[in-house]
Ligand binder design. Structure first.
Ligand code: B16
Ligand code: MG
Length: 216
């Protein structure tokens, strides 16, 4: 019997990847690096600084900047990204999310967020669903990013459930690996690339039933 649900944010609850892309693309252009939407797929689920490192590597500029300069670049991208996030409204929830969370709340199933994004509380607030989550893991407290299971284990602990009592939801391969390494049941939300290792794969949350997931 499963007792709690743990969600990734970008790609599961809402599609912030498009805003990340606009902000990273502008910064990359300023640095003389051309990125495209196919490259952007690699940045999903990856932390802010790791995303910058990947962009610099892609442009063969990984050894050109000091840590201070890289921090300033990441900060600049984030300021632009947060400006774009101002546009978010509840209409930006992915299909089925609102209904699924409502059903979980009616059954008193606790829900948590395990997102690499430091902007998660702000995003959930803009989407009007922040109060649906009992906990949001603070990525600043983590030693390792996904695919390490740390973020999902911390979420289960904060929800006061065992890992094998949790269902995790992820759209990125590294996230599915993190959920499985944590010993949880993994639901993959598949958009472009095939997700390997998930226990179940759907295109969107409205294909799922809360009751059925509690019994997996
Ligand atoms: P921030 P998720 C991830 O969200 C995004 O997929 C990834 O593109 C982003 O770099 C990361 O959050 C960090 O976001 O710059 O807002 O801290 O999929 O883990 O919910
Ligand atoms: Mg994601």
């Amino acid at each position: 019997m499963r007792k709690g649900f743990i969600f990734d944010l970008d790609g599961v609850i809402t599609d912030t990847a498009k805003y990340h892309y606009v902000a990273w693309k502008q910064l990359a252009d300023e640095l003389g690096i051309t990125i495209d939407l196919a490259f952007n797929e690699q940045l999903k689920g990856i932390s802010r600084m790791d995303s910058l490192e990947r962009i610099l590597e892609y442009g063969k500029k990984e050894n050109q900047y000091s840590m201070e300069e890289k921090e300033a670049f990441a900060e600049k991208k984030n300021t632009h990204y947060v400006t774009l996030l101002q546009e978010l409204t509840p209409a930006d929830l992915l299909p089925g999310v609102e209904q699924f969370l409502k059903e979980a709340a009616e059954k008193n199933i606790p829900c948590g967020i395990a997102s690499a994004s430091k902007n998660a509380p702000f995003i959930l607030d803009k989407l009007g669903i922040k109060e649906r989550f009992s906990i949001i893991v603070d990525p600043n407290t983590l030693a390792k990013g996904k695919p390490d299971p740390e973020i999902f284990l911390q979420a289960a602990n904060a929800l006061s459930i065992q890992p094998d009592e949790a269902v995790g939801f992820e759209d990125a391969q590294a996230g599915i690996q993190a959920i499985k390494s944590a010993g949880m049941y993994a639901v993959g939300i598949e958009t472009q690339e095939a997700l390997e290792g998930a226990d179940q794969v759907v295109k969107q949350l409205d294909e799922l039933s809360v009751d059925a997931l509690l019994r997996v």
